[in-house]
Design a binder for this molecule. Structure first.
Ligand code: SAH
Ligand code: SF4
Length: 373
């Protein structure tokens, strides 16, 4: 029998309820598991007695395990390779920022060390973006809400996690109900993350964007736009055919109107494909009526067979200049972090744990992180 994750909110609550136990006993159970890595059910204090036998028969404190852990030499990035009950591996990446360093509006940042966790929502991904290692794996499995949350539990034991971004493996909006359940739990005790500190990144699943604000008010939305026009988007992201740019922009407009929040736009810079001056102008025109922050992402090659090349630094800066100066759009360039441990969400699993491929997406978090202040 498949053992259930105690963090699978619908499972634990319905099992407690059908055993005649108040489903709110899930909270002390979670709290205990988070604080006690070697948790034994019988040691959890003050549960109604039928709860112990229920936990023994159907649940495990964690259904996943930390398979391996890599730390970058500068200590800023740690990558967790997590083994699911099925044997599949997924990645989560912790980024640490010393907020005593650096400045914000001219003042030193306060608050000490804070961390952002990049988590996975699926094993593989069916969207097949041509520049993405996870895309080349195809879709293998959805993570349950418990498996999504267990990444946070593993990471919380290593670091004080203040922000969560769904930028690891998979398309979170293709696993909508599990992601929504997981985020809801994250925002309640014992995790208690502010929704403002959680970001869902999507390739642009239009129907899911349309309900996201209702289901998860306050959550941040990041959209992997990557091209300012439909035909380039289709060339590099097959999913763009199912979710045409015009429909996507309509959904984003509605999201912004309802949520009154800025939207993060991710734009991977591919040499000669989407990085010319005209593309910057088209992007500026497309976004000029939105409240957005554009994050330009230097493309990390995903193996020798990759058909794409990284744009030159000059091209990236002049792209940024056009967006900023002509269109007054806040535009950042993704910084590099965790390169020495291949801190790339998605790549390591594809290439086996000890492979040494260049990183992909963890750098983005620095930029998103800056905006969470
Ligand atoms: N499926 C979601 C979230 C996971 S991908 C999405 O696509 O938004 C997280 C980010 O990594 C996306 O912006 C994605 O476009 C980017 N990415 C994928 N492959 C990359 C590569 N080779 N180099 C740099 N960034 C990449
Ligand atoms: Fe899937 Fe995102 Fe990779 Fe595209 S970029 S294949 S949507 S994980």
């Amino acid at each position: 029998m498949k053992i259930k994750s105690v963090f699978d909110v619908s499972e634990i609550k319905s099992e407690l309820e059908s055993a005649g136990i108040n489903p709110n006993f899930a909270y002390p159970i979670w709290k205990y598991v988070i604080r006690n890595p070697n948790c034994v059910w019988d040691e959890i204090p003050s549960l109604p007695s039928p709860a112990y036998s229920l936990l023994h028969s159907k649940f495990k404190p964690l259904t996943s395990s930390l398979h391996s852990l890599f730390h970058s030499t500068d200590g800023a990035t740690s990558k967790l390779l997590i083994k699911l009950q099925s044997g599949a591996l997924v990645e989560a990446v912790i980024m640490r920022y010393d907020t005593r360093l650096g400045k914000y509006r001219g003042n030193p940042r306060l608050g000490g060390l804070r961390s952002t966790l990049c988590i996975s929502s699926q094993v593989g991904c069916k969207m097949g973006c041509k520049f993405c290692a996870t895309g080349t794996m195809g879709f293998k499995n959805h993570l349950t809400s418990g498996e999504i949350l267990e990444q946070l539990v593993h990471a919380s034991r290593l670091s004080d996690i203040r922000n969560v971004v769904f930028m690891g493996m998979g398309e979170p909006l293709n696993n909508y109900s599990a992601v929504v359940d997981a985020v809801r739990v994250m925002t309640r005790p014992p995790f208690q993350l502010s929704p403002k500190r959680i970001t869902i990144s999507t390739v642009g699943v239009v129907h899911a964007i349309s309900k996201l604000h209702n289901d998860l008010p306050g959550i941040n939305l990041a959209v992997s736009l990557h091209a300012p026009v439909q035909d380039i988007r289709c060339q590099i992201m097959p999913a763009a055919r199912a979710f045409p740019l015009e429909k996507l922009m309509d959904a984003l407009r509605a999201f912004q109107k309802n949520s009154q929040q800025k939207i993060f736009i991710e734009y991977i810079m591919l040499d000669g494909v989407n990085d010319e001056e005209q593309h910057a102008r088209q992007l500026g025109e497309l976004l000029k009526t939105f409240e957005v922050v554009v994050n330009l992402i230097p493309f990390n090659p995903i193996g020798s067979s990759s058909q794409f090349r990284t744009s030159s630094e000059e091209k990236v800066s002049s792209f940024q200049r056009i967006l900023r100066e002509t269109y007054n759009i806040r535009t950042t360039i993704r910084k590099q972090m965790g390169q020495d441990i291949s801190g790339a969400c998605g790549q390591l699993v594809v290439n086996q744990p000890d492979s040494n491929k260049p990183p992909r997406s963890v750098e983005l978090i620095t930029d998103i992180e800056d905006l969470h202040l």
